[in-house]
Ligand binder design. Structure first.
Ligand code: GDP
Ligand code: MG
Length: 175
C-alpha cells in the first residue's frame, strides 16, 4: 500500500531480445513466481502489471512482453512508445543472442528517450557450464551503452526480484 506522501510512479517497461532468451520466463517468474520448463515461445501479446513498494516510492509496472515479433528483428514503434524502462535480454550460453542484444540496444537508442532506464540482462545464469559470454564483456558493453548489467535465471529465480527492484529504484530517483 502506498503511504501518504509516498509518490506513485506508473512506468511502462518493455522487454527486448531475441526469441528464446527467456523474456517471457523472466516476466512469469517475477509476476507468478513460477518457471515453466517447456514454455511456448509465443503465447500471444502479453501485458502484465505488478506493483513494487520501495521506501521512497511505489512503482506500478506495466510490463510489455513481445508476442514473437522479435522473430523479425524489429518491433513496432508503439511497442516502445512511452516506455520508462527497457530490459534487453540475451542468453549467457549463446554469443549470437549477445550480438543480437547489441542490435536491440541500438534500436532502443534510436528511439531517443534520454531518461529511459535500461538494463542489460544475461539470462540463464544456471547454464554457467555452457557459458559463451563473459560477464566482464557484457558489463563493459552495458557501461558504454548507459545501461546497468545483471545476470539472472528465470529457472532458479536468481536476481529476478533484484532486477525489478533496481529498475524501480532508478525510476524513483529520476522521477
Ligand atoms: P522468449 O522467447 O525470450 O520469451 O523466451 P522464453 O521465456 O519463451 O524461454 C525460451 C526457452 O528458454 C524456454 O524453453 C524456457 O523454459 C527456457 N528458459 C528461460 N529462462 C531460462 C533460464 O533462466 N534458464 C534455463 N535453463 N532455461 C530458461
Ligand atoms: Mg516470449
Amino acid at each position: 500500500m502506498a503511504r501518504p506522501g509516498n509518490k506513485i510512479i506508473q512506468a511502462k517497461l518493455v522487454l527486448l531480445g531475441d526469441m528464446g532468451t527467456g523474456k517471457t520466463s523472466l516476466v512469469l517468474r517475477f509476476i507468478k513466481g513460477q518457471f515453466y520448463d517447456h514454455q511456448e515461445p509465443t503465447i500471444g501479446a502479453a501485458f502484465f502489471t505488478q506493483i513494487l513498494s520501495l521506501t521512497e516510492a511505489t512503482v506500478k509496472f506495466d510490463i510489455w512482453d513481445t508476442a514473437g515479433q522479435e522473430r523479425y528483428h524489429s518491433l513496432a514503434p508503439m511497442y516502445y512508445r512511452g516506455a520508462a524502462a527497457a530490459v534487453v535480454v540475451y542468453d549467457i550460453s549463446s554469443t549470437d543472442t549477445f550480438n543480437r542484444a547489441k542490435k536491440w540496444v541500438q534500436e532502443l537508442h534510436r528511439q531517443g528517450n534520454q531518461n529511459l532506464v535500461m538494463a542489460l540482462v544475461g539470462n540463464k545464469s544456471d547454464l554457467n557450464s555452457h557459458r559463451e559470454v563473459e560477464a566482464e564483456e557484457a558489463e563493459q558493453f552495458a557501461q558504454e551503452s548507459g545501461m546497468f548489467y545483471m545476470e539472472t535465471s528465470a529457472k532458479t529465480a536468481q536476481n529476478i526480484n533484484e532486477l525489478f527492484y533496481e529498475i524501480a529504484k532508478r525510476l524513483a530517483r529520476i522521477s
